[in-house]
Design a protein. Structure first.
Length: 96
């Protein structure tokens, strides 16, 4: 794959109709303190079709890493998306 191909695949055209897989709904915001308390609530809301913003800054690095792995698997298993917003924040969005 060339640089031109990569640019074409990752470009966004403002005049296009947009990608129906991208959800522009209000995101739920979570700032969990530990892995166990976050997993249940996040998975419930994600299955409801909600976009979720997760601030990982209050978690220890090991638990934050586990939560990112969990969210990555959840998104991949449901054809959703996960985005890294900052060093300590991610957004997960379900398909459709």
């Amino acid at each position: 794959m060339s640089i031109t191909d990569a640019e074409s695949l990752n470009s966004y055209h403002t005049l296009s109709q947009g990608d129906p897989a991208i959800r522009l709904t209000k995101a739920l915001r979570y700032s969990p303190h530990d892995y166990q308390s976050a997993v249940s609530e996040i998975s419930i809301r994600y299955r409801e079709g909600r976009v979720i913003s997760i601030d990982l800054s209050k978690m220890n690095p090991h638990q934050a890493s586990r939560l990112v792995d969990f969210c990555s698997g959840m998104a991949a298993g449901s054809h959703g998306w996960i985005y890294r917003i900052t060093d300590h924040a991610i957004i997960i969005t379900p398909q459709g």
